[in-house]
Ligand binder design. Sequence first.
Ligand SMILES: N[C@@H](CCC(=O)N[C@@H](CS)C(=O)NCC(=O)O)C(=O)O
Length: 406
Amino acid sequence: MPVQTPELNWDTLLGIARKNTSARRIRRPGQSPSTAPIPSSLHQLPPDTILPVLLYRDTNSWCPFCERVWFALEEKEIPFATEFIDLSNKPKWYTDLVPTALVPAARIEGELVYESKEILLALEERFDDLPLLPEEPQENAVARQWIVEDETNGFKEAAYKFLLGKSSDADEIATLQTAFEVKLDELEQALGKYPGAYFLSRFSLVDIMYSPHLDRLAASLPVYRNYFIKGNPRFPRINAWFEALNQRPAYHRVKSDDITSNLLFRRRWGLEPVRNLLPLDLMYSETMQFRAEAAERLIDNHEVAIADVLKNSGVQTLAGEDSTSAFREAIEVHLQLLAEYLLYGESLPLPWGRIGGKDNLNPSSAAVGAIALAYVRNRICAPRDMSAGAATALRVAIDKVLASLY
Ligand SMILES: N[C@@H](CCC(=O)N[C@@H](CS)C(=O)NCC(=O)O)C(=O)O
């Protein structure tokens, strides 16, 4: 028996999504980014409390150094507010305030601190609940040494030379790969110094220093250099470390998804992929919590999403101004189909049930819908717009709806 499609609109869809996820974000009408995450610790405070930390970070939430600070704030459950800095057009007040003019910077109980490492250590000093440095003095000294060596051990330099190097000379690339592998071998060894999967005998600032960089490298080296860290038998401890990080809720709040990283390196550094983008992790698309979060974001922000598709996807160039309202309607129908698919999954005869059968689909509406879906698939960024899990669930769902359009 065919499944009956309920009468759905944005409001009822939002209600259904919110029943299935507790993830919420703050709306920022007319600003970029259009939403901001809510720290998981905020509910612990009475409303209107002055938050102890203000984090200055990049508008696109791509900065790995900002991710370090956000990760620590979430792990330590410190309530904080975020101020976004547009790195392509930094405000004068920011360059006047922060000597390096870089992000991240933070106001910690009123005091300005900059440089991610200094911010992490300052948070540790002032908020001693949930410590991220070991108490045992010798291990504490090792931790501090490794944190300082982040600037001098050459890991990041070797990694990004290999990833971003423009050379097409195979020998040169092989030399850069070897230099990077030496650094990975050093990390592999360091991970063996203490028992357990982390750098020290428990999760610490050292893990936080490395995770944003290793995540981006593990996601993008396969695509741009055909080089794999994940699944590489040469690095069993690094792989076990990734698995251990995966168990931490704070990590899932702050991390990027693979596609965001992949697209970033193409857009920002003009890298040419040597193979397809990494396959989407279907685990996320099967988890209702992530599907519902993706749906909640899409539904709550649908006006912004529709305006963005109309303005930036190129769809407007297909016809004159007079088609705007028809285009708008086509985009809206397809985004609503997507939200329904996220919430109802395979139980809906998508997308045709929604519009009364395949024969009722106007070809121009389908064409505009396909553009809108393809655009949204690449446009969303994690964690700027939603968590990495939700972004992955959304991209998987878009592929599914797109595949049923033609
Ligand atoms: N050593 C700094 C590095 C920070 C950094 O490089 N931030 C980049 C964003 S990922 C930035 O602010 N770039 C803007 C610019 O270079 O003007 C730290 O650890 O905080």
